[in-house]
Design a protein around this ligand. Sequence first.
Ligand code: G1P
Ligand code: ZN
Length: 553
Amino acid sequence: MTPFRGGNVQTVRTSPFEGQRPGTSGLRKKTRVFMHPGYLENFVQSVFDAVRGDAGGDFGAETLVVGGDGRFYNREAVQVIIRMAAANGFRTLLVGRAGILSTPAVSAVIRRRNAFGGLVLSASHNPGGPDEDFGIKYNTRNGGPAPESVTERVYAGTQSITRYLTLEHPDVDLEREGSVRVGETEVVRIDPLEDYTAVMEGLFDFDALREYFASGHRMLFDAMSAVTGPYATHLLEGRLGARAGTVLNGTPLPDFGGHHPDPNLVYAAELVLRMSGREAPDFGAACDGDGDRNLILGRDFFVSPGDSLAVIAEHARDCIPGYREGLAGAARSMPTSTAVDRVAEGLGIKCYETPTGWKFFGNLLDAGLATVCGEESFGTGSNHVREKDGLWAVLCWLSILAKTGRSVEEVVRDHWRRFGRSYYQRHDYEALDAAAADEMMSGVTESLHGLAGTPLAGSRVERADEFGYTDPVDGSTTSRQGVRLFLEDGSRAVLRLSGTGTAGATLRVYLERYRDDGGAGDVEEVLGPLTRGVREMLRLRERFGTDEPTVVT
Ligand code: G1P
Ligand code: ZN
């Protein structure tokens, strides 16, 4: 069985690199690590070797999609992958023009064109540049991130790899659309906007959204010099008639203009500023580096991601044609606020609780158990693709605003009046000493059984556990997904270490307190005791020299 065709295939000898285990969302490392000769090649070859069996042992009938968020090294990586995919015998390669495809667009292309899978080049919301981050992720036939069974096979491959396959072939001109041959593989450079736009048109009432802008409403969308620039300009200013200048930072730059392309209150400060004051636009939004995250703002008003998911679930059937049949179910990652659970209960549908990482929603969406899902980390999406989708969330909100005639703030306050409010914050402690962080987590985990009944934050711990998950569709299990502390007063604290960081360890502390008070409280005040209690319990100051988080979202 020869896995490849073509005459000039080269077999290049190589040896394993350490640390190529995919994390929460693919393999992420410093860009220079990826630029090390053989590093990217080893990983890509290990992916191909891991999934060749799923193609019946041969890629000769299969299509692979390749694109990225335009960050530094994107183009070079695309050229490497084109040669390797051709050498590994793929029939067709679909490459976004200029190497560009947002993460949800890769998912849309895989699904619409029946591709075998795709490679997404991105480190998401992490900064880009020669001294910043790069990443690669493999998505399967359903358009979603590969499940752990696949990523573990990939990892095993990276540990024993001895050769990779490539072709001698000059770089492909990525600036043009259309088809070229590389070896025996047809490489088609596609319009990165086409498939994605078609999927959005199938879900949303573009006429109603045009009417929203035509009647004078104003919006600002910050593309953060990342991949959503062209998508948002085309959709919002082009198709929906939002006024010129609606899209800020709309040109993707290899270093994202030197910023963190992370749409939260800290890194989207310019947008937050422009959304304040009586003259501010009606609606503000931003997406991250690769276009799967979203930030939603009203005038002087921030919508917390957990509330955004809940509000979208609440209004989807009535405001968005693509969901007019209603939702089959909802899903959220465990640390995400429980706001959507209450909407699901109100709608009489089930709400699933999954580990952190979008890949865990894949089976629920494929099996039709959930229609919308989301994470506290500014990720929201639905069964239209198998990635979270930033612009989709923006169009959902536009639809809700257009249909209800209310402002962003009014929509959220209505929600709080109906369902009560989950006061919620995530505190990140970045670049901690990894060994000290591991030691702290094992310490907490070991002490869990003794925690019940102990005082915390003016209340008492009712129960404490480590979250584990059994997938209801395929029965696969995932353990050690974060420590949960449930207090007698209904508050909850969750602790886990990040699986996407590239330097040291990042501790995430998720704090939530539910109150049926119409949402009038101040989040800092409501969460104050819990915040202090958890910091003391973890002895953060003693261990790391400070108990002030790097980022609060
Ligand atoms: C983070 C987020 C998680 C998200 C992932 C990829 O992972 O917390 O919700 O799916 O990025 O965007 P973490 O660093 O916490 O492992
Ligand atoms: Zn992202």
